[in-house]
Design a protein around this ligand. Structure first.
Ligand SMILES: *Cc1c(COP(=O)(O)O)cnc(C)c1O
Length: 388
């Protein structure tokens, strides 16, 4: 099947919700992808940060193959070992208390909202249901997460959205202080991803945490993009010295196998009882085995993520040309460019480098966390050619 035949199948039978690039991949290995003509690409997008340990990592492949042969799915009416082991590991790594397994980021965030409303409803009655998120944020594509997302472009056409969300500007503490007693939680990305790769400031996060403690609002972080080591710590919030009441995770945790979920701290872990939340596919032994293997691999590379991020950013910082600077943390990097970032992403693809864009002014790099120094060097020379 050639490229045109593949593309025709998509055009005939798949709804056109994505602006796809003109390439069909057939294989991946480590930090590289190969298209249907055998051309090799350096993957600095890693499937929106999902392929945290690269493509076809032998340890991941072995774990998934063995678990697939043993037990794939039983439903959540029964116990399986990988679920228990992964839950224990994620609670240890986050310092939080107990979790729920889902399948995607949006679904994970929805669970956090349910937890916050239940917590507040139990304690203060039903009128405390408003969740504060930030302008420029992104929390997913379900109706409730569109409402949470602080970008009007995503709201258009899909009204009415789920009520109960307000948006504030990042850094504006007074806007939060001015909110009324209908608030039950704040939900922030530690580093805004889709919105443009904007990290939260430490002083702001500490002040928000203090305000949450004072008013008994739950402090929630959307770690869907920043989690699983992306920012150089297991979770992005760990840069700030605060203790959240809950976090969500997805993207990089499964190393390519779909898994998401949310983890609650001591304060809110008691809100759920049997029947109040659920998921058919959540936490299958196969997904959990994939995530356990991913976390094992990440344990060996986590200590190097910040250094590799600095290597990339220092290199890019020396370009000049059409590069105005960089934003981000660890291996979550926004390259601020002059002109349309989408045009640069297309040019970089033509030169054999995959990247993403973020907001209106940034080319976004989310390489696998297993990326090597020499692959970073290779990426920098392509970036220099196109951007400098
Ligand atoms: C990608 C993303 C989501 C949505 O995740 P899905 O798996 O696509 O539902 C939510 N929040 C953030 C911060 C994300 O980056």
């Amino acid at each position: 099947m050639n490229f045109t035949q593949t593309k025709t199948l998509y055009e005939d039978h798949i709804l056109p919700t994505y602006g796809r690039q003109e390439v069909c991949f057939v294989r991946g290995e480590g930090s590289y992808l190969y298209d249907d003509a055998g051309k090799r690409y350096l993957d600095f997008a890693s499937g929106w940060g999902v392929m945290s340990v690269g493509h076809a990592h032998p340890q991941w492949v072995k774990a998934v193959a063995e678990q697939a042969a043993a037990l794939v799915h039983t439903s959540n009416y029964y116990y399986t070992r990988p679920g228990g082991l992964l839950a224990e590991r994620l609670c240890e790594l986050s310092g939080l208390d107990a979790l729920f397994f889902a399948n995607s980021g949006a679904e994970a965030n929805e669970g956090l909202i349910k937890a916050a409303r239940k917590y507040s409803g139990d304690k203060y009655g039903q009128n405390r249901h408003t969740v504060v998120t930030l302008n420029r944020s992104f929390h997913g594509r379900t109706h409730t997460m569109l409402a949470a997302t602080g970008q009007d472009a995503y709201h258009k056409y899909f009204q009415p959205l789920t009520p109960g969300f307000v948006h504030a500007d990042m850094g504006d503490l007074d806007a939060l202080k001015a909110l009324g007693d209908d608030v039950c939680a704040v939900l922030f990305e530690p580093v805004q991803g889709e919105g443009g790769v904007y990290p939260l400031e430490e002083a702001y996060v500490k002040a928000v945490a203090a305000l949450c403690a004072e008013r008994d609002w739950l402090l929630l972080f959307d770690e869907v993009q920043t989690g699983a080591g992306r920012c150089g710590t297991w979770f992005g919030f760990q840069h700030y010295g605060v203790e959240p009441d809950g976090i969500s995770f997805a993207k990089g945790v499964g190393g390519g196998f779909p898994i998401g979920g949310f983890i609650l701290g001591k304060k809110a872990r008691g809100v759920f009882a049997p029947g109040l939340h659920g998921s058919t596919f959540g936490g299958t032994p196969l997904a959990c085995a994939a995530a356990l293997a991913t976390l094992d691999i990440l344990t060996g590379v986590l200590g190097d993520v910040e250094r590799k991020g600095r290597l990339l950013r220092d290199g890019i910082g020396s370009f000049g040309g059409r590069v105005r600077g960089t934003r981000g943390r660890g291996l979550m990097i926004g390259v601020v460019v002059e002109g349309d970032p989408k045009a640069y992403a297309k040019a970089l693809l033509d030169h054999g480098l995959l990247c993403l864009t973020a907001g209106t002014d940034a080319v976004r790099l989310l390489p696998p966390l297993t990326v090597s120094d020499s692959e970073i060097g290779e990426g920098l020379s392509v970036l220099r050619e196109v951007l400098a």
